[in-house]
Design a binder for this molecule. Structure first.
Ligand code: FAD
Length: 384
């Protein structure tokens, strides 16, 4: 499959490129330095009406994964955290859209679309991140609903979220089949959000531990009427994987932007360092790798838009996430090298790209897990 951008998609890209340059870029370093949640950037995204971009038109979206990737790439080029704000709004929206009941869609989607509501998703626990099936949080059935007990870590956006989609097992058999997602609303008795992690990257959107002590969740807050919400939501996440790749592409492009400017202004041995072949070829390699990643990401996004799913989509989406984020790490590392000592100085923005790139290789399924998905597909083994 190939892809081309429609006139609408080019318009969205150009609008966001301009906003990113004029309004977002100047805030990026400060957000990273202070590690404070950028409410002003959230308000900007809200004003632009971007909280439903990948979703159907009935919710005000463009119903396009390609458009969503373009938006993420352009914001990610200047500010990882602002691009992240979009994604953390889209994740609960996509989950409820994919796995929620009509009642849940009515209660939560409109608020997420306007930015009046914010959500988060909590799967990871101290003993199990990649191994989702190893979670220990339990949901015990009681009259009118369930009672949840356990704890979570790394729950991004939870400090500000109006609700969290919490993964818990409803049975005692410890199998992945018993996992459900429960909508735990802020203020629920026994539910507590802990202190935010002091992170190396992705610093503007806090991640926190959660504590659930016998928290009552009514029947109406189990995602998916049939109790199959978790599986449906996981398939929805497969479809949104190109977005993480787009963050990698945007980050790599931003690192190239900074490096190109720097090497043209820095001199050594009486010449601009951009005249040295060693620098020129490094820059060309960075651009080549980024363009290859871009093509893979938009191919995967176009497949989603064309209706691909399951085994057809999974390996390509995994390749897009893995290749683009590995590329981001490689390109950001080379960019730091081109800056010399300035590359590791906090006076310059480039080390922010390096730190954020590392996060991308770990989140949303580590790049080892993506390689497992690809290898399982090649070897004809079931996805794990
Ligand atoms: C900034 C940030 C935000 C996050 N936000 C959220 C969030 O909002 N909600 C949430 O639920 N979680 C979140 N996470 C957690 C994230 O999903 C996990 O960190 C990730 O899934 C990896 O789990 P882990 O850290 O426990 O590593 P582990 O699973 O312990 O893995 C450790 C290492 O072993 C490798 N490994 C594990 N299994 C295999 C295998 N089968 N084959 C090969 N290698 C393997 C991994 O790739 C990794 O290199 C966030 C993490 C970060 C850093």
């Amino acid at each position: 499959m190939s892809y081309t951008f429609t006139a609408d998609q080019i318009q969205i890209r150009d609008l966001i490129r301009r906003v990113a340059k004029e309004k977002v870029a100047r805030r990026a370093d400060e957000i990273d330095r202070t590690a404070e949640y950028p409410q002003d950037m959230f308000d900007l995204l809200k004003q632009l009406g971007l909280f439903t971009l990948p979703f159907p038109q009935e919710y005000g979206g463009a119903n396009s994964m390609v458009s969503a990737c373009l938006a993420i790439e352009e914001f990610g080029r200047v500010c990882y955290n602002t691009a992240y704000l979009l994604l953390v709004q889209w994740v609960p929206f996509g989950a409820i859209l994919a796995g929620g009941t009509d009642d849940q869609k009515g209660r939560f989607l409109q608020g997420l679309a306007t930015g009046e509501l914010r959500g988060a998703i909590a799967s990871s626990e101290s003993q199990s991140g990649s191994d989702v099936a190893g979670i220990k949080t339990r949901a015990k059935q009681v009259a009118g609903g369930y009672r949840l007990s356990g704890s979570k870590i790394w729950c991004t956006n939870s400090h500000i979220a109006d609700f969290v989609l919490v993964a818990a097992k409803t049975a005692e058999d410890d199998s992945a089949r018993s996992i459900n997602l429960f909508i735990v609303e802020r203020g629920a008795k026994g539910f507590e959000v802990g202190r935010k992690e002091d992170k190396m990257g992705a610093r503007g959107v806090p991640s926190c531990p959660l504590f659930l002590d016998d928290v009552f969740v009514p029947e109406s807050n189990i995602l998916g009427a049939s109790g199959k919400g978790f599986k449906v939501v996981m398939e929805a996440f497969n479809k949104s994987r190109p977005l993480i790749g787009a963050r990698g592409v945007g980050l790599a492009q931003g690192a190239i932007d900074h490096a190109s400017e720097y090497i043209q202004n820095r001199a050594a041995f009486g010449r601009k360092i951009s005249d040295f072949q060693g620098m020129r070829w490094m820059l060309a390699d960075m651009a080549m790798q980024t363009e290859a990643a871009r093509n893979l990401v938009y191919k995967a996004a176009a497949m989603v838009d064309a209706g691909a799913s399951g085994a057809e989509l999974a390996p390509i989406a995994a390749m897009a996430k893995c290749f683009a984020t590995d590329t981001a790490m490689k390109v950001a590392t080379d960019a730091v090298q081109m800056f010399g000592a300035s590359g590791i100085s906090n006076e310059y923005p480039i080390n922010r790209y390096f730190r954020d790139a590392k996060v991308l290789q770990i989140i949303e399924g580590t790049n080892q897990i993506q390689r497992n998905i690809i290898a399982n597909h090649l070897l004809g083994r079931p996805a794990r």
